[in-house]
Design a binder for this molecule. Structure first.
Ligand SMILES: [Zn+2]
Length: 308
């Protein structure tokens, strides 16, 4: 746990070194001193990643589209919370949103219904075709090939994207350049090496199930994400969380080794979230998730930041 490793051949973007936290499937996760956040080492090459997201991602998860459709009512409540925040913080005439890695287009679809001008980019052919089928302005491309020629964005959303990106500094700086002055980003990433996961590991002998080197390169905490955003031209204005699914593990429901149980746990969290969205509880729900974020709890982090 105290071993220090360095890349034999540091990538062009700089050497990555730091304490090795875990080795999963032969891949190390390091507490990178240069980057200020945890990531796998070595970092995979761009070409390898591109082919994975254009073809492999949906193929490896055949039920992806079905599950998302089944979850749509819940997702819409999640997305409404995000649009509510953006609409509270942007003037009424600022409603241009970009979703990077928009998947099937549900976030964009919700925005369009609320009067936003929306567009998305999505590297998976199958997902982008689905989004285009909803009549959405979605390009099947990767972010490095994407250019905006007709004006800057008021809001940029990227959910479950940054953990997959080989060079998050480049990604965030490019995002920053696409944003209007005072524009807002909404970043959603898994909350890894969290206090809850530490208890699972220390007290209940869980392995680091949150490490998946084939998919996730980067492993953020609220602090490391805020630090990275600060270095790339953003100021964090709000931190909140999504339901701490790992509570189920604390309560004895081991969904890590049982996929069906995982769906049952997910169904319970959906019901809870939807019920907590009722008028008498809505403010409590909002503050509960913000409080969780303050303590580093929540399976995913939802962080809003303005362009500095
Ligand atoms: Zn690094």
């Amino acid at each position: 746990m105290t071993e220090v490793k360095e890349n034999a051949e540091p990538a062009a973007r700089g050497a990555h070194s730091g304490r090795v936290l875990d080795t999963v499937d032969g891949v190390d996760v390091i507490e990178c001193e240069g980057c200020g956040f945890k990531h796998i080492n070595p970092i995979p090459g761009d070409e390898e990643l591109k082919s994975y997201y254009s073809e492999g991602f949906v193929k490896e998860r055949p039920l992806y589209i079905e599950k998302l459709e089944e979850d749509l009512e819940w997702w819409n409540t999640v997305y409404d919370d995000r649009y509510d925040f953006l609409e509270r913080h942007l003037p009424e005439d600022r409603r241009r949103a970009l979703d990077i890695g928009c998947g099937l287009g549900h976030f964009l679809n919700r925005g369009r219904a609320r009067g936003w001008q929306v567009r998305g980019i999505e590297p998976s052919r199958q997902s982008s075709a689905h989004a285009q089928g909803l009549g959405l302005d979605v390009l099947n491309t990767t972010f490095d090939e994407f250019e905006v020629k007709d004006g800057l964005m008021d809001a940029i959303h990227f959910s479950e994207v940054l953990e997959h990106i080989a060079d998050p500094v480049w990604f965030l700086e490019k995002t920053n350049s696409l944003l209007c002055d005072d524009g807002i980003i909404c970043v959603v990433v898994p909350n890894d090496y969290s206090p809850v996961q530490k208890v699972l590991r220390d007290k209940l002998s869980f392995k680091p199930y949150w490490v998946s080197p084939g998919q996730h390169i980067n492993y953020f905490s609220f602090d490391s994400l805020e630090g990275l955003l600060g270095k790339t031209g953003f100021k964090v204005i709000e931190k909140t969380a999504m339901f701490p699914m790992d509570f189920f593990l604390l309560m004895g429901d081991d969904y890590v080794t049982d996929g069906l149980l995982g769906r049952e746990c997910h169904a319970k969290r959906k019901s809870l979230d939807i019920m907590l969205g009722e008028p008498g509880l809505k403010n409590f729900k909002k503050e509960m998730y913000e409080l969780m974020a303050r303590y580093g709890v929540g399976r995913e982090m939802v962080v809003y930041a303005v362009k500095k």
